[in-house]
Write a protein that binds this ligand. Structure first.
Ligand SMILES: [Zn+2]
Length: 508
C-alpha cells in the first residue's frame, strides 16, 4: 500500500520528563483503535557507568527504564543511533594482547536488550579485527544503509533496512520500517560509505510502500538530518546521534521531528508511536528522560558492568594505576567537553599543560593535541579518582621534552591554530597570540625565530600523525634533545595534587 502524505498527521508533543505521563497524553490524542509502540532511543554512549561524578547516565539505570517500559507496553524497542565501541577510558584498558576496545559496552548492551542499532563514526576507531569481533559479539540487530566493507558489501549480519511488524492484544498490526545512515567522517581502509542523503532517498523509495511508519536512524550532523527532513517528507521520524547534546526540532513541509539525546545516556528519549488503525494516522509523543540516581540500577546489568569494570581496572592496575584511588577533591568544575577543548583552553587543559611542564623541568612552554582529551564531560567539583584521570586522557603516552628553533615552533603553533575545532587543535601553556593573530609570545616575550626553545610535548604529536603536523617526528633533524618524562596521566595527577592538595582519600 502506497501511503498518501495526508495520512501522516504528525502531532509530536514533547513533554519534559515526569511532567505529564504518556498515558494521559495518549488518551487525549486518540479516539479509534490504535497500536502503540514505545521506542527507547539513546545515542553516543561511551561509558557503561554513570558520568558527572555518578550523578548522570549509567546503563544499569537505562536497563531498569527499559524493563519498566516493557511492562507498560510489550511492544517496546531500544534503539541506539551510533557511537558505542569507542572512545572510552575502560575501552583503553589493557586486555589480553590489546585493549578492551568496546567489549565491555557490547556485553552491557546485550544484557540491557538493545534491539536495533546503526553505526556511528567512532565504531571505526577500532582496528579491523576488533571491529569485526565486536560486531559478532553484539546481539542487537544492526542496520546500515550506507556503510559497507572495503568491497562495498554489507558487514556480516548488518542489514540495509528492517521492517518490524507489531501486533497488539486486539490483533491490530502496524509495520515499521527502519533504515540507518552514518556520516562519512572516519575513513578507514576496511570501510566504504555511500552518500547518506542519496541513500536515504533510495531507502524511502524501496520502503515507503511496504510500511505504515518509516523511521530514519541516523548518525549525522544536524544539518544533514534537517536535509533529510526537508527532502524526504515520507520519513515520519528521525532518531539521531553524533551531536552530544539533546536536540528536538521539526523540519520540512510536514514538520518531521528530529531527536537526539545527550551523550553517555545522561538523557534518553522515550517516543510513543500511536498509530490509528482506521485513519492510518501516526501520532508521536516524545519525552526526554533524565537518567539519574532516582532510577535504581538493574541488578543483572550491574553484574555485567561490574565484571567488565573489574577486568578493565585490573588491566589499569597492571599498567601502574590504582583506578579507585581518590587523587584529590577539587573545588572547581573542570571542563573537558569536546566542544570546549577543541576550540579554547579550559581550567582542565591548562592543568594538563602545567603538569607536563612540572615533570620536564626547564621547559619554556607546553603543547599537546586537544584530541587526547576524551572525557567529553564537565567534571563537577569534588572527588577525582585515578579512573577519572584515565577518562580524561585514555590514550596516555609520555610527556616528552624537545628543543627546536623559534622558526619551527611558529610553524607548529600556526598549524595548531588552523586545526581549531578538531582534535588537532593545540592546547598550550606559556604561549599567547597578539590580538591581530599574527605574532606569538612565549612567556610574554615575542617569539624569536633564531632562538632555541625547550618544549614539553605529548609523544603523540611527535609521531607526525597529527593533522598538518606530519613533519613533527623524532627523525626531524631540527628537533633535538628528545627526553621522555613518563605518562602524561601521572603528570596530571601530580599537578591536581599540587593545586588542590595531595591528601589522599583512598578506598572511598
Ligand atoms: Zn559521532
Amino acid at each position: 500500500m502506497m501511503k498518501n502524505r495526508n495520512f501522516k498527521e504528525l502531532l509530536a508533543i514533547t513533554v519534559v520528563c515526569f511532567l505529564l505521563s504518556a498515558f494521559v497524553a495518549t488518551s487525549m490524542l486518540s479516539a479509534g483503535p490504535v497500536v502503540k509502540v514505545t521506542l527507547l532511543h539513546l545515542n553516543d554512549v561511551y561509558e557503561i557507568d554513570p558520568v558527572s561524578g555518578g550523578a548522570q547516565g549509567g546503563l544499569a539505570r537505562v536497563a531498569t527504564l527499559k524493563k519498566r517500559l516493557l511492562k507498560e507496553n510489550p511492544n517496546t524497542y531500544a534503539i541506539l543511533a551510533g557511537d558505542l565501541f569507542s572512545p572510552s577510558a575502560l575501552g583503553a584498558a589493557p586486555f589480553k594482547a590489546g585493549h578492551l576496545d568496546g567489549r565491555q559496552m557490547v556485553a552491557t548492551l546485550n544484557q540491557l536488550g538493545l534491539d536495533y542499532i546503526t553505526f556511528g563514526n567512532h565504531e571505526f576507531d577500532l582496528n579491523k579485527d576488533s571491529f569485526y569481533t565486536r560486531l559478532s559479539e553484539s546481539r542487537s540487530t544492526w542496520i546500515s544503509s550506507n556503510v559497507f566493507d572495503e568491497k562495498g558489501s554489507p558487514f556480516p549480519g548488518v542489514s540495509e533496512s528492517e521492517i518490524i511488524t507489531v501486533t497488539d492484544d486486539s490483533n491490530n498490526t502496524v509495520r515499521i520500517g527502519l533504515f540507518g545512515v552514518t556520516l562519512a567522517s572516519n575513513k578507514k581502509s576496511y570501510v566504504t560509505y555511500k552518500d547518506p542523503l542519496k541513500t536515504a532517498r533510495a531507502m524511502v523509495k524501496s520502503l515507503r510502500g511496504e510500511v505504515d511508519i518509516l523511521i530514519a536512524v541516523t548518525h549525522l550532523d544536524i544539518e544533514q538530518d534537517m536535509q533529510i527532513a526537508k527532502d524526504l517528507p515520507e520519513v515520519d521520524l528521525i532518531l539521531g546521534g553524533h551531536e552530544h547534546e539533546n536536540i528536538q526540532i521539526w523540519r520540512g513541509l510536514d514538520f518531521t521531528p528530529i531527536f537526539k539525546a545527550d551523550a553517555n545516556a545522561r538523557t534518553v528519549y522515550v517516543h510513543e508511536l500511536i498509530f490509528d488503525i482506521e485513519k492510518r494516522k501516526l501520532q508521536i509523543v516524545s519525552q526526554l528522560r533524565f537518567i539519574t540516581g532516582e532510577i535504581p540500577d538493574d541488578p543483572e546489568t550491574v553484574r555485567v558492568i561490574k565484571k567488565w569494570r573489574d577486568i578493565g581496572y585490573n588491566g589499569f592496575r597492571r599498567a601502574g594505576f590504582r583506578p579507585e584511588n581518590i587523587v584529590v577533591r577539587t573545588t572547581q568544575s573542570l571542563d573537558g567537553l569536546e566542544s570546549s577543548v577543541r576550540n579554547n583552553s579550559t581550567r582542565l587543559t591548562k592543568l594538563i599543560c602545567k603538569g607536563m611542564m612540572d615533570v620536564s623541568p626547564g621547559t619554556d612552554l607546553a603543547i599537546y593535541n586537544a584530541g587526547s582529551v576524551r572525557i567529553d564531560d564537565l567534571i563537577p567539583p569534588g572527588k577525582i579518582s585515578e579512573y577519572d584521570v584515565i577518562r580524561i586522557l585514555p590514550f596516555g603516552g609520555d610527556v616528552v621534552s624537545v628543543k627546536m628553533k623559534g622558526r619551527l615552533l611558529k610553524r607548529v603553533l600556526d598549524q595548531g591554530k588552523r586545526n581549531r575545532g578538531t582534535g588537532g587543535y593545540l592546547q598550550m601553556a606559556n604561549v599567547s597570540l597578539s590580538e591581530d593573530g599574527t605574532k606569538w609570545f612565549i612567556n610574554g616575550k615575542k617569539l624569536k625565530s633564531g632562538r632555541k626553545y625547550k618544549i614539553a610535548i605529548s609523544d603523540f604529536l611527535l609521531t607526525g600523525n597529527e593533522s598538518g603536523l606530519g613533519y613533527l617526528t623524532e627523525d626531524n633533524k631540527n628537533i633535538t634533545d628528545i627526553r621522555r618524562h613518563g605518562d602524561i596521566r601521572k603528570a596530571l595527577i601530580a599537578r591536581l595534587q599540587k593545586i588542590y592538595g595531595s591528601e589522599e582519600v583512598s578506598g572511598e
